[in-house]
Design a binder for this molecule. Sequence first.
Ligand SMILES: [Ca+2]
Ligand SMILES: [Ca+2]
Length: 232
Amino acid sequence: MPRCPNRPGLHPTLAPCLLKSLAFGTLALACASASAQLIRPDSATSPTQFNSRYDIGNAIDGSGMPVGFTLSDSHAAYANVENHWTTASGAIAAGNAWAVFNFNADQELGQFHLWNHQSSPGHASNATYAVLQFDLELRDAGGAVLLRLDDVAAVGGVDNATAQTFEFAATSGVRSVYFNIDRNGSVSGTSSYTGLAEVAFGSPIPEPGTYALMLAGLLAVTTAARRRQNPR
Ligand SMILES: [Ca+2]
Ligand SMILES: [Ca+2]
C-alpha cells in the first residue's frame, strides 16, 4: 500500500490515495468480522470438579486448543490429559454444575463461544457429558445482573467439535459471567458428569447499518478532499 502524503489537503495525488485507503479499510473491516478477536476470561471458579486435574481453569486457558485458536478449531480429544473441566458426578442434580468466568477489566460482550466435551475418540469420550442446556448471566463489577439468558439449548455428541456460538444483546461493563448447566446428554439429562472443554466470548457484531454508516462517512471525507483538490 502506498504511503499517504503528510499534508493530504494540498497533495495532488490525494484522491487516489484516499480511495486506496478506503478500499483497504473496507477490506480490513470485512476480515475483522470474519475472524473476530476472542475475548477470554482472566480467571474462573466453580464449586465442583471431578478432581484437581479437571478443574475449571482447563476451560479458559486454551488447553486442548492450538496457539492462537479460532472458532473453527476443534478441541483436542479427552485423551487422559488435563484439558477439560469435568464436574463431580451428579453435579447438575445437586445444583452446583456452575462456574463463574471473571474479567480483570470491563468488557463489551455480544457472543458466547462454547466448545463441548469431545465426544470421540479418547479417554472419557462420553457424549453424556456434553452440555445440552444452560443459563448465562452477565454481571457488572458490583455483581449486579446486566443480562440473563435462561434455558439456552446447545448441541452435544459432536465429533471433533468446533465452537458453538450464542449471540445476545450487546452488553457493556461486564466483569463476570455466571454459567449454569441445566442438562447434559445423559438419559435423565442430569446424571453423571458434565463440564466444558473451552469457552471464550466475543464483541457484539455491528449491525449492517453500522457498516453502511461508516462507509458513507468515508465517502464523504473522500468527496470533500476531492473538492479541495479541484476547486472551481
Ligand atoms: Ca481446554
Ligand atoms: Ca435454567
